[in-house]
Design a protein around this ligand. Structure first.
Ligand SMILES: [Zn+2]
Length: 356
């Protein structure tokens, strides 16, 4: 089999200018290397390409069914694709397999013919080419990145650190993005309660007492870095402000709904009271009518002369207890009642009521 061709940097620069590793990806690689001692191991690089810079967000372990020999390494495609499925939805931007890496013995920082076969077969599934990175410990750990494209390999440089990333590429997805990437239709999505109580400014920025968090000392920082920090702080505060406003609006809406409910309940109580009153009224009126009647028969006093009914009580002492209610009954109602046949019944009713 013909060997792959090594190109100088610049000959392929339109496709991959540089590689940037996130702090997390870097830590994962170190951990995997350290854990395996002198044995070969490797991993799969997940990330995004932006303006011909290849950003590696994650390095995942090679999985359960792997081939690791002195000069050959193959990852468990099923496992890696499974992890990709799980990790992709949590990032705001789409991540995909951008390459792979493996440990090489000694100072061998180029590929074996078996490696090249693996690269060739992996390239068949990639549209933009792939990264292949080698880790050597000779005796210091170093990494060599190659950009693989068609039949060529180009050595590219790299940087490590989240600060090299456009911020969005490391951001996590919002609920809508997570739903979208998991293929959840609009009809099956749910609202999420706000989950911020305090401003993050209230919480410690470092667990090391007396030590200022990184980026907090303006004396030792470059102006550009300072600006960047301020901008980040402003962005963060603005975001928090918006979130707090949204939460406040939500609480306000809840408050209004509760007030509305209280109003409705009060109205219901009033209605029930009114119904209660109406159902009691005929008896009362019947009882009262005798008293009113008695009063009427007396001197027919003007209303203002008989405000409480106590004077009337004097005229008809046996119904005195009922008189206090008389104010509520309108004279018109009373007049419509039968004056002739009722009084006999009324007397017994009034006694029953009085005894209750
Ligand atoms: Zn190899």
């Amino acid at each position: 089999m013909r060997r792959l061709q090594y190109l100088d940097y610049g000959q392929n620069k339109d496709r991959c200018l540089h590689v940037v590793l996130s702090d997390r990806a870097y830590a994962s690689i170190l951990s995997e290397v350290m854990k395996n001692g002198d044995n070969e191991t490797g991993g799969v690089l997940l990330g995004t390409i932006y303006k011909n810079i290849w950003y590696v967000v994650e390095s995942v372990d090679p999985g359960l069914v792997t081939t690791n020999t002195q000069d050959f390494f193959r990852w468990d495609a099923e496992y890696v694709n499974h992890l990709l499925d799980k990790l992709c939805p949590i990032y705001r931007f789409m991540i995909s397999i951008v390459g792979f890496w493996h440990r090489h013995p000694g100072s061998m920082d180029f590929f074996s013919s078996t490696d090249e076969n693996t690269i060739r077969s992996n390239l068949k599934n990639s549209k933009y080419g792939l990264l292949s990175m080698l880790v050597n410990i000779d005796p210091k750990l170093r990494m060599t990145f190659y950009y693989c494209w068609q039949e060529t390999l180009t050595r590219v440089k790299y940087d490590v650190g989240d600060e090299y990333f456009p911020v969005e590429l490391l951001e996590y997805a919002k609920p809508d993005g997570i739903a979208e990437k998991n293929g959840i239709p609009e009809s099956k999505r749910f609202e999420i309660l706000p989950n911020k109580v305090y401003s993050s400014a209230r919480f410690p920025k470092t667990v090391f007492p007396g030590k200022k968090p990184q980026g907090a000392n303006p004396d030792t920082e470059q102006p550009a870095a300072q600006m960047e920090n301020y901008r980040e702080t402003i962005d963060r505060l603005q975001k928090e402000n918006t979130e707090l406003k949204n939460a406040a609006a939500e609480r306000n809406a809840e408050k209004q709904a509760l007030e509305e409910e209280i109003k409705n309940l009060k109205a219901t109580i009033d209605e029930l009271r009114e119904e209660d009153k109406v159902s009691q009224r005929p008896d009362e009126i019947q009882v009262l009518s005798t008293a009113e009647e008695a009063a009427d028969h007396n001197d027919d006093p003007p209303k203002e002369m008989c405000p409480s009914g106590t004077e009337i009580a004097g005229a008809a002492p046996e119904t005195a207890e009922k008189e206090t209610v008389s104010e509520e009954t309108e004279p018109a109602d009373n007049e419509t009642l039968n004056e002739e046949s009722e009084p006999a019944d009324n007397g017994s009713d009034s006694e029953e009521n009085a005894s209750e």
